[in-house]
Design a protein around this ligand. Structure first.
Ligand SMILES: Nc1ncnc2c1ncn2[C@@H]1O[C@H](COP(=O)(O)OP(=O)(O)OP(=O)(O)O)[C@@H](O)[C@H]1O
Ligand SMILES: [Mg+2]
Length: 435
């Protein structure tokens, strides 16, 4: 449940880890402050107002002389930041206290009520920013204007402004910093992804935090090791194949001289086959050496392979669906298609090529109506120099490298090739490439 609510990206999670505790802390601090501090301040302020009013009322009660009362009022007005007027002609219509508009006001009324021993009414007048308090007084009504700022403290607004403001500032800083931290990780992931598809990652440079940089360096070292390993393997095998050609040629010559030995013909065929294998491997090793991946129109590539096959007498249907683009090694991939089409031509009569997009993959199928490959031999058919029994028996040419090379190439592109059964009953080869 919680897992589904939390963000899935590293960026989102890091933001929460950084920001959540701070915001929580501020909210708790604000609530405690509001509850305790503000409460107390308001109570104190209200009490002091009630005290002032009570004091003035008591002083007025003591004097009956109008002039003396006038002097008391004057000096109270001057010194108390309250404005007193005495109305001796009216009587206070003391009703119930007004409904408080806010918890703060309720607290205010209650506190004044506690502090003042006289009957009073209170009226909030927001437009004049004051309270009008009328106090019942034996000689009439004592009216007091209490400015709002004598009773409420302005700190609450400021506090909230600070909390919201500093939280937003913190969020902004966290976003800027964390985005910069996440970017190198994404770059590393991209580089690894491209390398997996056989594309260049020359422009990748490890950056960011020490750990990310370490991962980047490790990736680069791994890439170099893999590159070196592949190159070494290919070069070594190419060297061996190349060196085998000389003794093989000598063997061929010697066999050719043995006219009257019956076994020589069979040996000649074996040597020819070996020669073919070596040729095939050398061709592959030459081709595999470092072709660059470029943006390629796969439809055009397919059309070219199909027309090549038709020129060699194959009957090929070709259907494609939509615009298919991919970043790949065109020559290597063309060789794969030539291999598959060559197989179809060799082992079947008709063949059908189709291509379409499937999500973020491109799917190419090559179907034929030949004998197909039994299910338990399909994996084996990808092994280098592997040929099915019937292919050997019928003496159909080929050394058994085609499918092995095809799988190698397609996997280097980050895709895969599989064998299955075609609707026509023959073999279906399916190539899936990342688009
Ligand atoms: N379309 C097909 N129909 C039936 N069998 C096939 C088909 N394609 C391949 N095979 C079988 O799989 C084996 C391996 O195929 P692969 O393309 O690797 O080698 P090859 O065609 O014999 O030789 P090469 O392609 O190197 O010239 C073939 O020898 C053949 O027995
Ligand atoms: Mg083949």
């Amino acid at each position: 449940m919680l897992k589904r609510l939390l963000p899935r990206s590293l960026f989102g999670r890091a933001i929460i880890i950084v920001v959540a505790p701070v915001v929580l802390l501020q909210v708790v601090a604000a609530v405690v402050f509001y509850d305790r501090h503000l409460d107390q301040i308001t109570r104190r302020l209200a009490r002091s107002v009630a005290g002032d009013i009570g004091f003035v009322a008591a002083a007025l009660t003591r004097e009956t002389d109008n002039l003396a009362r006038f002097h008391i009022l004057q000096s109270a007005n001057l010194r108390l930041n309250l404005s007193f007027t005495l109305d001796t002609k009216q009587k206070l219509k003391a009703g119930p206290l007004p409904n408080p508009g806010s918890p703060l006001e309720a607290l205010l009324i209650r506190t004044i009520d506690e502090g003042l021993e006289l009957a009073f009414t209170i009226q909030n007048r927001p437009e004049k920013k004051n309270y009008l308090i009328q106090v019942a007084f034996e000689g009439g009504v004592l009216r007091v204007l209490v400015p709002h700022n004598r009773i409420t403290s302005a700190t609450l607004g400021v506090l909230i402004l600070w909390i919201v403001g500093s939280s937003l500032l913190l969020l902004a800083i966290a976003i800027i910093f964390l985005r910069n931290q996440v970017r190198p990780i994404l770059r590393l992931a991209d580089a690894a992804d491209h390398f997996g598809r056989g594309q260049d990652v020359e422009d990748f440079k490890p950056s960011g935090a020490v750990e990310v940089r370490r991962a980047g360096d490790a990736f680069l070292r791994m890439r170099d090791r893999l590159d070196r390993h592949i190159r070494q393997r290919t070069e070594m095998l190419a060297g061996v194949s190349h060196d085998l050609r000389t003794p093989l040629t000598r063997l061929k010559l010697e066999l050719a001289m043995l006219h009257d030995v019956p076994a020589a013909t069979a040996m000649q065929a074996d040597v020819d086959e070996m020669d073919g294998m070596i040729e095939g491997y050398l061709a592959f090793a030459r081709g595999a050496a470092g072709e660059r991946a470029v943006d390629t129109d796969i439809n055009a590539l397919l059309a070219e392979a199909v027309s090549d096959a038709r020129r060699q007498g194959a009957v090929v249907d070709f259907a494609t669906n939509g615009d298919l683009q991919g970043r790949l090694q065109p020559l290597s991939l063309k060789r794969c298609l030539d291999n598959l089409l060559g197989n179809a031509q060799r082992y079947a009569e008709h063949c059908a090529v189709a291509a379409s997009r499937d999500g973020d993959m491109i799917e190419i199928t090559v179907d034929d109506d030949g004998p197909g490959i039994p299910e338990d031999e399909r994996e084996a058919a990808f092994r280098p120099f592997y040929r099915l029994e019937n292919s050997r028996n019928q003496g159909t040419g080929g050394v058994g490298l085609g499918l092995a090379i095809t799988r190698d190439t397609v996997r280097n592109h980050g895709g895969d090739v599989t064998l299955g059964e075609a609707p026509q009953g023959g073999l279906r080869a399916t190539i899936r490439l990342p688009a």
